[in-house]
Design a protein around this ligand. Structure first.
Ligand code: ADP
Length: 270
């Protein structure tokens, strides 16, 4: 069904109006297509852990087993339940964010301290994997925003850095100034991301290789959430990577000058 309007003589006013309407229709169609894809991907992602759990339960019930086997079944099921819980929470956040329903505090926040906090939360996991996690010393960098959301963003990025770095590697985090902006950088010496995938990694449900080890446990929503949070703060996320060498993720936010307003205002709180 072609919903486009005829614009036989695009030089006159009616033609221009038809052109504008056609562009609006195209934009709407693209949005609907995105929503359709998001819903289909979400349904698929929800179904996978459910299928795993059903299979585990069926096999366990079919034949009597020793307690160790039951324990393994329960452990697998618990892992899938945790995955489902994370997925549900991430989906809820993105849907609420899309609808403008996520309240955004606008308070002065020490970005350097948030980076240090987030890194401290990752320390145990990094040590277990024998990854050298370093926080570079940095001067105070004050931005305006929501400390909980920024902490979540930084934690996600650090979590990825540790997840996608093999044992023995290193992860470093630091904050610097870039003109009127503060820049938090997380670098790792991990597996890296092929260039052709880089433009897509902030997309919803996007994983470079869903069958590859660490990605198999991911949802592909983490970086989409990070980008939504960065943009809500009037900031940006950048990523650079070299396969086999490592990845660098940068968060750039407008800095709060002493006694002043941030250079670039983010979305007002709701
Ligand atoms: P996931 O939950 O799968 O980690 P993300 O949205 O956080 O989802 O990341 C999307 C994809 O980007 C990951 O599946 C992975 O392929 C890739 N990726 C993200 N961070 C890194 C990193 N530091 N090193 C290598 N690959 C990464």
């Amino acid at each position: 069904l072609d919903r486009r309007l005829d614009a036989p003589n695009s030089g006159d006013e009616l033609g221009r109006l038809a052109g504008t309407l056609n562009r609006m229709i195209e934009r709407l169609e693209r949005s609907f297509e995105e929503i359709r894809r998001f819903t289909a991907d979400a349904a698929h992602e929800l179904r996978t852990p459910l299928t795993v759990m059903r299979n585990e339960a069926e096999v366990a019930l079919r034949a009597p087993r020793d307690p160790d086997q039951y324990r393994r079944v329960l452990e697998n099921m618990l892992e899938e339940i945790e995955r489902l819980t994370r997925l549900a929470e991430q989906l809820l956040f993105l849907c609420r964010e899309d609808a403008g329903l996520v309240p955004l505090a606008r308070e002065p926040v020490r970005l350097d301290e948030l980076v240090r906090d987030a890194a401290e939360h990752m320390r145990v996991v990094a040590e277990e994997k024998e990854i050298d996690l370093r926080v570079e010393p940095s001067a105070a960098a004050i931005v305006v925003g929501d400390a909980d959301q920024l902490r979540r963003l930084l934690f996600n990025i650090l979590d990825n850095a540790v997840k996608y770095t093999p044992p023995g590697g290193s992860v470093s985090a630091g904050v610097g100034r870039l003109g009127p902006h503060a820049r938090a950088v997380v670098s790792d010496t991990g597996i890296g991301i092929p260039q052709e995938h880089l433009p897509h990694v902030f997309g919803r449900f996007y994983r470079v290789d869903p069958a590859r080890g660490p990605e198999a446990s991911g949802t592909g929503l983490g970086l989409a959430i990070c980008r939504a949070i960065a943009e809500a703060h009037g900031g940006k996320l950048h990523i650079e990577s070299v396969v086999g060498r490592g990845t660098k993720v940068m968060l750039v936010l407008p800095v709060l000058e002493p006694g002043g307003e941030p250079h670039d205002r983010g979305r007002p709180s709701v």
